[in-house]
Design a protein. Structure first.
Length: 482
């Protein structure tokens, strides 16, 4: 077998057995098929999609560059590699003004040996510091890919603080290429990957690499011939089960940092608050206090509806019912106001933008100042609002899942999650030290409709495994008496 390695791998002179092996190992779940299964609709396509491409003109197999490590593991015949990947040393020693932790040194050394791969690190692990350490170790001209300008400027400021040198930035407002360049993915894909400048980089780094399976990120990596490529994320698993593409595009996993490896200043105290609210058409259940589940008859209307229209649609209907509940909204506002009156800084993670704006309206009517940050918030407004939160001029921040990425507000002392979602990364935003901050409490609301209690019981086990502590279950009345 002969492999020509560039931005992707071109495989020639392979045997029939090797072709069968490649076809068996390099596939991914079809997102459309997964959605069809979740929504209980018919799907006639394939459940798996090939990661490889068969080019008939020269009988070549084309694979993403990150597949090289796995190829060496599964292919039994001799492999000849012609390495045309790009290296570009900048021969400029970087003096780092930072103290690295023991696991950071291990990852930097392993990255230098492996030449590609990704690591999983929770919030507060120092991903940016590790990336800077890898750049200093390998001395390669580096393109750092992020998905928002907020993350770009955060990386810019940290790199300048640690090295004393200003990197280049590449986004819609400015396109400046330096030995280390930080760019937004959409601008890089549109204005850089098809130009000769992309060959001036010997290393590419992807922050928040759980986004690598997205077409924009994958398009950049499949056209970047850099020899060294690395990534990091706090949330490896994806809802569409495409996380295997991280391994195929970046390479093998280098390390996983566990939460107990971190020197957290504030360990979170976890609470599940039962709202006592159910949708109008939802049949009455009996609460089993011992098992923390709702008990009902085997044949109820909800199960008939779920079977008829599917769990995705019924879930959407239930959320709309809950959002329209004035009782639930009143209890959310009461929790926020109580914590606000105690002098805490509160992050409220909502399910929709409408929910954020609704709570902001209620809070302003009660005389409580609150800021909203969502995906459409302009970067200038976003930074102004975050700075007011840091300065405690405003102590309530409302947002959707976007607030869990790239938000640096260490003085958050209370987190309220109003919808069921992955909260590990969100919790990490509050574990840092800040003035006037004594502890960190995380509240998650548990509504009463089918499947939710069981889902939260499973989540309780996951949180116990992550943080080595139990979650406290409270009713709304018990919370008010705390």
């Amino acid at each position: 077998m002969k492999i020509n390695a560039s931005s992707v791998l071109y495989i020639h002179n392979y045997t029939a057995q090797s072709l069968r092996t490649i076809k068996a190992h390099f596939t991914r779940v079809n997102p459309d098929a997964l959605h069809a299964r979740m929504s209980k609709t018919d799907f006639k396509g394939s459940w798996y999609l090939p990661v490889y491409t068969l080019r008939e003109s020269d009988n070549a197999i084309i694979l993403p560059q990150g597949c090289m490590f796995k190829l060496r593991q599964i292919i039994k015949e001799p492999i000849e590699v012609i390495d045309n990947r790009q290296t570009a040393a900048f021969n400029q020693e970087l003096s780092l003004k930072m103290e690295d932790r023991f696991y950071q040194r291990q990852i930097i050394e392993k990255a230098a040996r492996m030449q590609s791969g990704y690591f999983i690190a929770p919030c507060g692990a120092g991903k940016t510091n590790m990336f800077i350490g890898i750049i200093a170790k390998l001395q390669q001209r580096t393109l750092v890919v992020v998905h928002t300008t907020q993350l770009m400027w955060q990386f810019y400021e940290r790199f300048k603080e640690v090295t004393g040198k200003a990197p280049g930035v590449f986004y819609s407002g400015k396109k400046e290429i330096k030995p280390v360049t930080i760019g937004v993915n959409k601008s890089i894909l549109t204005h850089l990957v098809n130009r000769a400048s992309i060959r001036t980089f010997g290393m590419v780094i992807v922050d928040e690499c759980d986004l690598v399976p997205a077409p924009t990120m994958a398009g950049i990596l499949n056209k970047c011939p850099a020899k060294y490529r690395f990534g990091a994320t706090a949330t490896y698993a994806r809802y569409d089960q495409q996380e295997i593409m991280i391994d195929f595009l970046l390479g093998a996993r280098l390390h996983k940092i566990e939460h107990w490896d971190l020197d957290r200043v504030h360990d979170p105290k976890l609470y599940f608050i039962q709202t006592g609210v159910r949708p109008k058409y939802y049949p009455k259940f009996t609460w089993d206090a011992n098992n923390k589940v709702w008990v009902t008859k085997p044949k109820d209307k909800f199960r008939t509806w779920e079977k008829k229209i599917g769990p995705i649609q019924i879930g959407t209907l239930l959320k709309k019912q809950l959002l329209a509940s004035t009782t639930r909204a009143g209890r959310v506002i009461s929790i926020i106001i109580k914590e606000h009156n105690l002098g805490e800084v509160i992050l409220v993670v909502c399910g929709t933008v409408i929910e954020c704006e609704l709570y902001q309206t209620y809070l302003l009517a009660k005389g409580v100042n609150a800021h909203v940050i969502v995906g459409d918030t302009k970067n200038k407004d976003r930074e102004i609002r975050l700075q007011e939160i840091r300065d405690r001029k405003c102590r309530v921040l409302l947002g959707v899942n976007v607030v869990s990425r790239g938000m640096d507000v260490p003085n958050i002392s209370r987190i309220l999650v109003t919808v069921k979602r992955q909260t590990t990364q969100i919790i990490g935003r509050g574990t840092r030290e800040a003035e006037f901050k004594t502890d960190l409490k995380v509240y998650e609301l548990v509504d009463h409709y089918p499947g939710v209690e069981n889902a939260f019981k499973r989540k309780e086990k996951e949180l116990h495994k992550t943080y080595k502590k139990n979650t406290t279950w409270l009713t709304y009345d018990q919370y008010l008496k705390m």
